[in-house]
Every structure is written in C-alpha cells, then in structure tokens.
Design a protein around this ligand. Structure first.
Ligand code: ADP
Length: 202
C-alpha cells in the first residue's frame, strides 16, 4: 500500500491526464476518479444492477453496457432520480477509490480527481498538485480534444472551481502552458520530492 497520496486536479483540458501519464511512466500508480466512476457501473457490477432495477433495461445499450446519454437525459429533468443516482454512486465510488488506493504498491500514489476542490476531497490527501493553464488555453485544448463547441466547454468551466480557487489550495503547481516537453522537468522534480516525502513517512 502507498502510504503517501498526492491528489491531482485541474480544470477541464488543463492536462491532468497528460501529467498523470507522465507520472505513470515513472511507475507511480494512478487512481483516476473518472475511470473509477466507469468501473462501478460495468456490466455485472452491483452499481449497474441497481440502475437497471430502477430504470429498466432500456437504460442499457446494445452491448448490455450503461447508456450514459440515456441516463444523463433522465437525471437532467428529474431531480429525484438525480439524487437517487448520486446516493447510489458516491459510496460505491468512495469504496472503489479506497480499494485501489490500498492496492497501490508504488512508494506514493496519485489520485486524479477533476472535482478535488469542489467536492472537498482535497482534505483527504497528503498533498495537492494542480495542473494549471490560462482559461483561454483550457478552452482551446478542450474544444480540439472533445470536438466540442465553445458554449459547451464554457458551461463546464463555469460549473467548476475557478483557477484562483484551485491555486489557493495547491501545494504544488505544474504550469502546462508550454508544450508537452516542458512537462518532463517539472514532473521529474516533483517525483523526486514526493519520493522524499513518502520515504520520510517510513
Ligand atoms: P484533462 O485530463 O485535464 O482534461 P488532457 O490531459 O486530456 O486534460 O489534455 C487536454 C488536451 O490538451 C488533450 O488533447 C492533450 O493531448 C492536450 N495537451 C495536454 N497538454 C498539452 C501541452 N502541453 N501542449 C499541447 N497540448 C496539450
């Protein structure tokens, strides 16, 4: 089990995945909240079973997987269904995150959580690393990656914590406004620092 947990966050398109991939190459175990959120509703899971019981099999796609778009549509217009779903998923996500954190074997591990600041989970990690870029760059990179229009990305950005709020709780900041090669030195420096912190725990 990794005793030392670094929480990683940043707004949409800031480069969390790019940065955690770089740490993963250094053999750091990464627990990604987005992946965990998908894991808890895979076919055969308790999560998906409960969702089928509630909304019927029409919530599945042809491959018997959860049809996320259909589910989003239901909860968009039904506040009670949204609350029911959150009450189901949040404990499952918490449990699975804990399981993966306990299973991590690297000297320290990273917990990548898009809403680390918004949901208060930054209080449960040993250190907070924020991936930071200017908002206009966040917008441009997200639009290209998701092939999405400006309005959609701006509305997601508006629902997230602000750049200032994130930086306020950051212990460390990675500046991802340069090209990807500019990340290597920053990642390497932080990696050695985190190894030191983890070793100091004994
Ligand atoms: P997040 O996980 O925070 O949403 P990603 O890591 O997916 O962000 O990065 C968003 C997009 O920007 C991706 O298409 C990624 O390839 C690209 N990207 C990330 N870092 C850089 C960089 N330094 N220079 C250019 N493009 C980048």
């Amino acid at each position: 089990m990794s005793k030392y947990v670094v929480g990683v966050s940043g707004g949409i398109g800031s480069g969390k995945t790019t940065v955690t991939n770089a740490f993963a190459k250094l053999n750091v175990d990464i627990i990604d909240a987005d992946v965990v959120a998908r894991d808890v509703v895979t076919p055969g899971s308790d999560g998906l079973r409960a969702i089928i019981e509630k909304f019927g099999t029409s919530i599945l796609d042809k491959g018997e997987c959860l049809n996320r778009r259909a589910l989003r549509q239901i909860i968009f217009s039904d506040e009670q269904a949204k609350e029911w779903l959150n009450n189901l998923l949040h404990p499952l996500i918490r449990q699975e995150t804990l399981r993966q954190t306990i299973a991590a074997t690297s000297q320290y591990c990273m917990l990548s959580v898009p809403l680390l600041i918004e949901n208060g989970s930054y209080k449960n990690v040993d250190r907070v690393l924020i991936v930071d870029i200017p908002e206009e760059m966040q917008l441009a990179r997200s639009m290209v990656r998701d092939n999405a229009d400006e309005k959609i990305i701006r509305s997601i950005m508006a629902a997230q914590a602000s750049r200032e709020q994130r930086l306020e709780v950051a212990d460390d900041v990675i500046d991802n406004s340069g090209d990807e090669s500019a990340l290597i030195g920053q990642v390497s420096r932080l990696h050695h620092r985190y190894l030191g912190y983890a070793a100091a725990l004994g």
